[in-house]
Structures are given as structure tokens and as C-alpha cells.
Design a protein around this ligand. Structure first.
Ligand SMILES: NC(=O)c1ccc[n+]([C@@H]2O[C@H](COP(=O)([O-])OP(=O)(O)OC[C@H]3O[C@@H](n4cnc5c(N)ncnc54)[C@H](OP(=O)(O)O)[C@@H]3O)[C@@H](O)[C@H]2O)c1
Length: 257
């Protein structure tokens, strides 16, 4: 056991890759995983955001600029992880996002951007990581409550997350007997840059969106990123060793009503 490894840490000695780890849910999870003893690699497209996230995470975390929808970037990402760490114990395919347009106004550009990030990106992230994933590895896909319910002007994003949810169900069959767990973590509305940006730049409109979303949640508030990181930690750790193929909602009850 090294100085930085501690037996009470829930991810001690594990190697974790988190895509979209520079802000919001991914950053909070990277901080939590690193504090729990994991060697953390994060990705994102913006180099300046990567640099500040790495400084915030500490614990020797590494940042690799990579667009999850770009297969050459993914090859470079996993070649670097292989060279530096040799394997992946936890893969959090979290990079994603979307925008709001109602049916009638949906554009080809919005569709391609959303499905490239949320579907193509998640699919090829996991597929290209497979050679580094061994028995006992945990793969976590970021879904969304929106895949289970209807949301006005959000059908493209919601459908992309429904695809993600099915990936976990089907891939546990494709990978039968390899001992790799794959679960979907579906947050409800959670205060992140990605969420508030849906309301544009105006602060009052952003607060209005958060208040409206809180009103739809049985617990009466939006989620905090640390609450999603806690759920990710459970799925990443050996405490969930017999849990695979599920959708874990961290949503204040929103998708249950
Ligand atoms: N916040 C919510 O209420 C909520 C609810 C349900 C699900 N989610 C999901 O949770 C995940 C994280 O979202 P968030 O709310 O934390 O948003 P966020 O703060 O905007 O974070 C998104 C992260 O993903 C990165 N990213 C986006 N597209 C990428 C791509 N193509 N390749 C690599 N990195 C990419 C971003 O960095 P760059 O822009 O620099 O690439 C950033 O690090 C997403 O999958 C989102 O759909 C969020």
C-alpha cells in the first residue's frame, strides 16, 4: 500500500476514467473518486477547462483533451491511459448534453450534435475501452430522468438518453461472463453549467428554470452535483459488486411519479 492509498478508501488503487470531467457532474465525481483513492483521468474538449479541473481535483489526476464523438480522440485517450496506468477499473461515460427545440423547429445540426455527444460518444467510449476493462470493472453511463418521461422541447436529448439506457441493458448480454458491470446513472435536474445554460445567459431566466424544475421534483429542489457523485461512487465501488444493468435514479423522486 502506498502513502496515497488508504484501506478505508472506497476506490483505493483503482484506475478511473471520467469523460466530461471538467465541470458539473463529471468534475464533482472526479473529485470524489480521487478523494476515495482512485487514480483519475478526465476528458473534455476545452483545454482551459481541463487545466483548471485538474488543479481542482488534485491527487495526481490527469486531463486528456478528447471529444468523445471523435474516434481518433478516443484512440489517443485510451492509448494514453494504457501507457500510464495499464488498465481501467471504473469507466464513467458521462460526457454529454443537449439543447431545447420543440418538434417543428428541430434541426439536423441539433440532432447530430446531441446524438454525436450522447449516443455515438458513449458507444465508442465504451467499445474502445473494452481491451482495458477486466473482471470486476465497473462502467457507468450517464442517462437522465428525461428518457423515462416526456419533456416539452427536449425530445431529441431525451431520446438520446433512452438509447443510452438501452445500451446498458444490451451490453451486459454482449459482455456476458466477462465480469464487467454496466449501469446507467440517471440524474434528475441537477444544478450544473450544462443545465443553467439551457435558459440562456440571463441570470433571472436561469433562476426561473431552476425554480420550475424544482417544482417538478417530489423532494422540492434540484439536485447538487455531490449527490450525483455519491451515487456514482456506489456504482463504481465494489459495494455494488452484484449490481449490473440497472438504472439508478438520483432525482429526488422525479421519474417515479
Ligand atoms: N445537470 C442535469 O440536470 C443533468 C440531468 C440528467 C443528465 N445529465 C447528464 O449529465 C452529464 C453531465 O452533464 P452536466 O449537467 O454536468 O453538464 P456540464 O456541466 O455541461 O458538463 C458536461 C461535461 O461534458 C463535457 N463534454 C460535453 N460534450 C463532450 C464531448 N463531445 N466530448 C468530451 N467531453 C464533452 C464538457 O466539457 P467540454 O464542453 O469542454 O467538452 C463538460 O466537462 C451529461 O451527460 C448530461 O446529459 C445532466
Amino acid at each position: 500500500m502506498t502513502d496515497t492509498q488508504n484501506s478505508s478508501q472506497r476506490l483505493g488503487g483503482k484506475v478511473a476514467v471520467i469523460t466530461g470531467g471538467t465541470t458539473g457532474i463529471g468534475l464533482a465525481t472526479a473529485k470524489r473518486f480521487a478523494a476515495e483513492g482512485a487514480r483519475v483521468f478526465i476528458t473534455g474538449r476545452r483545454p482551459e477547462a481541463l487545466n483548471s479541473a485538474i488543479a481542482e481535483i488534485g491527487h495526481g489526476a490527469s486531463g486528456i483533451q478528447a471529444d468523445s464523438a471523435n474516434l481518433a480522440d478516443l484512440d489517443r485517450l485510451f492509448a494514453r491511459v494504457k501507457a500510464d496506468a495499464g488498465r481501467i477499473d471504473v469507466l464513467f461515460a458521462n460526457a454529454g448534453g443537449g439543447s431545447m427545440l420543440p418538434l417543428g423547429a428541430i434541426t439536423e445540426e441539433q440532432f447530430d450534435d446531441t446524438f454525436n455527444r450522447n449516443v455515438r460518444g458513449v458507444l465508442f467510449t465504451v467499445q474502445k475501452a473494452l481491451p482495458l476493462l477486466g473482471k470486476g470493472a465497473s462502467v457507468i453511463l450517464t442517462g437522465s430522468t428525461t428518457s423515462s418521461t416526456g419533456t416539452a422541447a427536449f425530445s431529441v436529448y431525451s431520446a438520446s438518453k433512452a438509447a443510452v439506457r438501452n445500451f446498458a441493458r444490451s451490453w451486459i448480454l454482449d459482455l456476458k461472463e466477462r465480469g464487467i458491470r454496466i449501469n446507467t446513472l440517471s440524474p434528475g435536474p441537477t444544478e450544473t453549467p450544462g443545465l443553467v445554460e439551457l435558459a440562456g445567459d440571463d441570470k433571472a431566466q436561469q433562476q426561473g428554470l431552476l425554480d420550475y424544475m424544482a417544482s417538478l421534483v417530489p423532494l422540492g429542489r434540484v439536485g447538487h452535483v455531490d449527490e450525483i457523485a455519491n451515487a456514482a461512487l456506489f456504482l463504481a465501488s465494489d459495494e455494488s459488486s452484484f449490481v449490473t444493468g440497472i438504472e439508478l435514479f438520483a432525482d429526488g423522486g422525479q421519474a417515479q411519479v
